[in-house]
Design a protein around this ligand. Sequence first.
Ligand SMILES: [Zn+2]
Length: 453
Amino acid sequence: MTPAGASPSPASSPTAAAAPVPADLTLVQTRTSLLGTHTTYAQTYRGIPVLGGYYTVHTGSLARVDDGRRSVAGLPDVTAGHSKASAVGVAKSHGKARGARLAILPATASAPATLVWEVRTSEDKQVLVNADKGTVVKVVDERRHADGTGKVFDPNPVVSQQNQALRDSSDAASAVPAAAYKSVTLANLDTSGYLRGTWAKVVNKTSGKQPAAYSSTRTFSYTRDDDRFEQVNAYYAVDRLQTYIRSLGFTDVNAEAQDLNVNGTTEDNSWYTPSTDVITIGTGGVDDGEDQEVVWHEYGHAVQDDQVPGFGSTSDGGAIGEGFGDYLAATMSQANSPDSATTPWACVMDWDSTAYTSTTPHCIRRLDTTKTVANRTGEVHADGEIWSHALWDINKSLGRDKATKIILEAQFSYAANTSWAAAANTTVATANALYGATDAATVKAAFQARGIL
Ligand SMILES: [Zn+2]
C-alpha cells in the first residue's frame, strides 16, 4: 500500500518485517512479550511529528494493528512563519525552554491542523506556539501533581501559642502543646510519596540517618520529636513562600524545586550554599526546621542567588542578603500571625531563638532597631538589621504585597557587588517605574531614615 522505500523498516522484529506499514512513520520502540512483538511508530508528516498520532503493529498469536494516526487536514504548509527563538520567548512565562521542535497539532472536527513549535520548559510544561501567528495555542502541564496533608507549626509554637516560655527540652514532644500543630494541605507534591514537589524538594536520603519522610497516601503527620516533622515543616514553608511570590505576578523568581537538606547538620545553624543550590537546616538548639521563619530566611538567600548569580559575597551584598531574608520571614508571618506585644512581627525566629537568647521577646534579630549606617560593624547579620528596617518601613507604608513586589523586582537589577546606596537607588527607581513618584518618595524616605541614602 506504500512504496517500500518510504516505509520505516521494523528491523528489530523479524516477525513484523513481513507486515508493511504506511509511510510517514518513525519507529519508537519494539517490545517483545511472551506471545509476540509490539512495535510502535510515531506519525509524521513531511518529517514533522504529528502530536498524538501513532501506529502500532502487534505480531504473534494476537496479531493486530492499532492505527492511531491523526488527520492533518487543512494544514496550510510546513514552513514556520515565526522562528524557534521567538516561540521560546513566547513560552517563557511557563518556564525556561529545555528544547523546542516543530510539530503538527492534528485537525479536530472544528479546526484545521496547525503547525506549532512544541516547547518543553523547566516547569515541565509542554507549550504549543502557533508557528505562523506566534501565539500560544495550548499549555499542558506534564507533571503529575498531588496534594498531601500534614501537620506543621505556623510559623512556630511561640508565635502560634503566644507563649515566650516554651523551650526545646531536648526535642521532647511534650514540650509543645498539641494546639501548636496545624493540619495543612501540602500542595504541589509529585506522586513519589516523598516530600518532593514543584517548588521544594527534601533531598534527604531514603534510608540511614535522617531518612526522607515517605507516605504512599501523602499523609505526613508527625510530632516534633520525630525527625520527619521538620521535613514537613520545611517543605510547607518553601511551597507557601514560592506560591506567595507567584501570586504577586513573578513567574521566574527561583521558580524551581528548592533542594532542602533537613536536619543535615547538628549545628545550631542553617545555611544556603550557592554552588550546590541547597538549603541545609540544622538541629542544634531548637531544630531550625521547626521554625518556618528560619526556613523563609534561608530561602531569601536562594531567591537572591537565583536573581543575581554571585550575589552576597561582598560586605554590602551580604548584609542586604541577611536583611532581605529577615524581611521575608517577617512578611510571611505577617500574613496570618498577630502583631502582638508578645510576638511582634519585627521580631524574627521567635522559637529558634529561645535556645540562645534570655530576654523576651526571643528574637534572633529585629526589623525595627534604631540602628543606622553609622552603627555598621561589618558583620553581615548585624548590619542586615539596618537594611531590613528600611524594607520593613516600606512594607508598613505601602502594604505587604506592594512592598514585596517592589523589593523582589528591584533585586533583579542589583549588581552582584552592589553598594547599599546603589541598591537603594535601584529600589527607588523600581518603585517609581511600578507605582509612580509618590510611592518612590516613600521608598526613598525609608532608606534615608537609615542613613543609606
Ligand atoms: Zn542568612
